[in-house]
Ligand binder design. Sequence first.
Ligand code: CP
Length: 306
Amino acid sequence: VNHLLGIKDLTLKDIELILETASTFKEVINRPIKKVPSLRDMTIANVFFENSTRTRLSFELAEKRLSADVINFSASGSSVKKGETLLDTVNNILAMKVDMIVMRHASPGAPHFLAKHIQANIINAGDGTHEHPTQALLDAFSMREKLGEIRGKKIAIIGDISHSRVALSNIFALQKLGAEVMVCGPSTLIPKYMKDLGVKVEHQVLRALQWCDVANVLRIQLERQQAQNFPSLREYALYYGINKTLLEKLDREIVIMHPGPINRGVEITSDVADSSHSIILQQVENGVAVRMAVLYLLAQKSKPFD
Ligand code: CP
């Protein structure tokens, strides 16, 4: 059985295959008839134990564009609230003849646990602070579309690195694709092991912006932090918020990305998020084609990610 649990386990060849397949699907979904019959014999369950707007809708749309049957499950309002376990929940969904599970869960490693216990394809749609592989793939696709080539480019990931699954998956993907990666934020929000991953660490945001070709801006994940956060949102906005004044100090244009959801006025101001520097909505658009590619490739019998 094939899974997409994280970027860490993918080869450069796997990533290239996904990005090339996504390019084909992007052409398909821009045609007047956006659907193809590729997965018409499959039933896919989107199983979300954590909130989502982009990932969940994007997967659902990707599945429908591929003609799969789709069911959606949210932990809130389900029998999880009566104490049903993760494994029982998923096994009950699979008993309804479901072929593939797309799962988001607050616990790092939850999809890896499932992969050991069930006979169905699993796609990790974000597991706690660990990985968010399809976000990294759509980010790489969007960077390549904008810059032509990722190899040799400098990418700064700015924000709450400690609590971000987007950061880790981006680091793995971008390094495999030949980019130089920097993380930037206050030391309280950058884990010590970052240096072991071979990324640069910077605490001054202007220096990070001066260095990079692309700034991927992340939000402060208050839902994963303890009380008494340091810095507070107000302090964070003051010292690390990306605003127009900062960008005007640079001697060239850089590309601004953000996986969403945005906290306007905290990690990024509206005059940057909505500017011509920003490709935030292109990232969302590309998410559908990238997820179509992942679903399509996982459904093939040739084990593309092994
Ligand atoms: N980027 C992202 O994962 O957004 P959602 O949490 O809305 O899915």
